[in-house]
Ligand binder design. Structure first.
Ligand code: CA
Length: 524
């Protein structure tokens, strides 16, 4: 990697505050304290990871983690959007408690997080890549993070307060930084918790030029690409449909020839062409050459005979999938590179390797991209873990687990006792193939980013049980939705008005109970 620009950033470190915690025992399952490698991507749908679904892509390195460890088939987020989900992972508390409700928030870094507790217990803690919490990372011996959303090409990082732009592709560069930390920064013999947070596969889905050779593939259309949103007002009134994507920024058509008509989910006045020109403008001459060789013929073909109507939506879906999935090929290869490194150094089997995403994403289901809704595609997140001393290869869990559970899981995994009022529960028993009699029967969800922000997805909260999902959309509407996930896994039929009233009463009682338990009072 090559540093091309160095600027001094004026960022002050926050004061760290600790709650009481008992030091971890040196004795763990293997007699030594295990390391933690936490890899998180941004907006990776389960439907684009072959251990869950191999319709679109093969992801052998990501799958390896789950195949040699555990795959959680029902893992969910409490609030399906980038910053808030990251705050839940760190704190083990819901958005209304940790304060980061939507992407306009700033994380209160004085509060307790699991890296702070690990650091206090002798762990070397580090985070590289996307941070997205606005405030300065606290509780880390080393942090080197992207500013805001970051860039795919030649990204700018803030390294402990110093800003530098690093030439290369973000997924490769972030992995380079992780390996460099393992190689040079983490003291020999000290256990570590290394968090590797990729920008990919976040919008605007720019592949590495290396992967353009994979070419344009044709993917099967989702059954509900042309959803009519019958009986679902919030679904009808969102602004995250593929047919309104930007032709420049999203589709990568030549900005000189594009006439933008879609809103792209953006706020009024957002200029997609200018944004795309700025993004493309970051590329080096060599990167631009490789980029143009691939994308200009796509523009030529499009403008020679532009598709219209449904054909245009299908064309956009294919373009979207081609870029999104290529950016995941890079993630998969880079995760493989990191696993190989640990294996070569003899550290792999003493490291809990976790792969997840800050939430799921729509890959054309309901006609959408993006996330936010409590429907399965964006409410769910991939979650696989590998740690041979405790997790038997091929372990599969169908239990309802959440990002909320991660911090308390780490505490139990490392035998650290704290008095921290975690709202999640440790999922270590499932990792060990054990069962828990009094496990949760429902997951509570609450999304807030409306009416401000992108995509116009209305505020909602709800409960998901093994079989049913009850959602209440509120703020400028008042609509309940009920789905039978067994008979309607695609959530196309809102049965709220037709269902057995006793079923609804029971679910509402369960929902009230969860709001009470988590201390969430909804002001409607
Ligand atoms: Ca995200």
């Amino acid at each position: 990697m090559r540093i091309v620009k160095m600027l001094k950033g004026g960022i002050a470190l926050s004061i760290l505050l600790f709650s009481c915690s008992k030091p971890a025992s040196d004795e763990n399952m293997t007699g030594t304290r295990p390391n933690i490698l936490f890899i998180m991507t941004d907006d990776h749908a389960k439907n684009a990871m072959s251990i869950y679904n191999d319709r679109l892509i093969r992801t052998p390195n990501l799958d390896r983690i789950g195949e040699e460890g555990i795959v959680f088939n029902r893992s969910f987020v409490t609030n399906s959007i980038c910053g808030p989900s990251r705050a839940v992972f760190l704190t083990g508390k819901y958005s209304h408690i940790n304060g980061f409700k939507d992407n306009s928030s700033s994380f209160d870094s004085a509060q307790m997080t699991y890296p702070k507790i690990l650091q206090k217990n002798g762990y070397y803690t580090a985070v590289v890549g996307k941070w997205h919490l606005k405030s300065v990372p606290a509780g880390f011996d080393y942090w080197n993070v992207l500013i805001g959303q970051g860039h795919y090409y030649n990204p700018t990082f803030v390294n402990m307060g110093d800003t530098s732009t690093i030439e290369g592709y973000a997924t490769n560069v972030t992995t380079d930084l992780a390996i460099e930390a393992l190689e040079n920064r983490i003291p020999q013999g000290q256990p570590f918790c290394l968090m590797v947070h990729h920008k990919a596969p976040h919008r605007n889905w720019m592949p590495d030029t290396t992967h353009l050779k994979l070419g344009e593939q044709t993917y099967t259309l989702p059954d509900n690409l042309f959803d009519s949103y019958e009986n679902r007002i919030a679904a009808a009134e969102q602004d995250q449909s593929i047919d309104r994507m930007f032709m420049s920024l999203d589709m990568k058509l030549d900005p000189d020839r594009v006439v933008e008509t879609g809103t792209g989910g953006g706020p009024p006045g957002f200029n997609a062409v200018r944004s795309w020109e700025n993004t493309y403008g970051r590329l080096t001459d060599a990167q631009k050459k490789a980029w143009d060789e691939y994308y200009m013929p796509i523009s030529d073909k499009f403008f020679a005979d532009p598709p219209e109507g449904k054909a245009l939506v299908e064309w956009k879906y294919q373009r979207y999938m081609n870029d999104y999935l290529k950016s995941i090929v890079s993630v998969d290869e880079n995760v493989g590179r990191l696993l190989d490194y640990l294996e070569e150094k003899g550290m792999l089997d003493n490291t809990l390797v976790v792969y997840t995403s800050d939430q799921g994403f729509y890959l054309g289901e309901h006609g959408w991209y993006d996330k936010r809704f409590m429907y399965e595609e964006s409410f769910g997140m991939p979650l696989v873990m590998r740690y041979p001393p405790a997790i038997k290869p091929g372990t599969v869990s169908e239990r309802l687990v959440m990002n909320l559970d991660f911090a308390p899981t780490v505490m139990e995994f490392l035998n650290i006792e704290t008095n921290e009022p975690w709202q999640g529960r440790s999922i270590l028993p499932f990792m060990k193939g054990e069962e828990v009699d009094d496990w949760r029967k429902g997951i509570y969800y609450h999304y807030y980013e409306y009416p401000h922000g992108w995509h116009k997805v209305k505020r909602h909260y709800g409960i998901r049980t093994d079989r049913y999902k009850l959602i209440h959309f509120y703020n400028d509407i008042d609509q309940w939705e009920l789905y039978d996930l067994e008979n309607d896994p695609e959530e196309m039929y809102n049965i709220y008005d037709d269902a057995d009233p006793e079923l609804i009463v029971g679910l509402k009682k369960q929902l009230d109970g969860l709001q009470e338990q988590y201390g969430d009072r909804v002001e409607e």
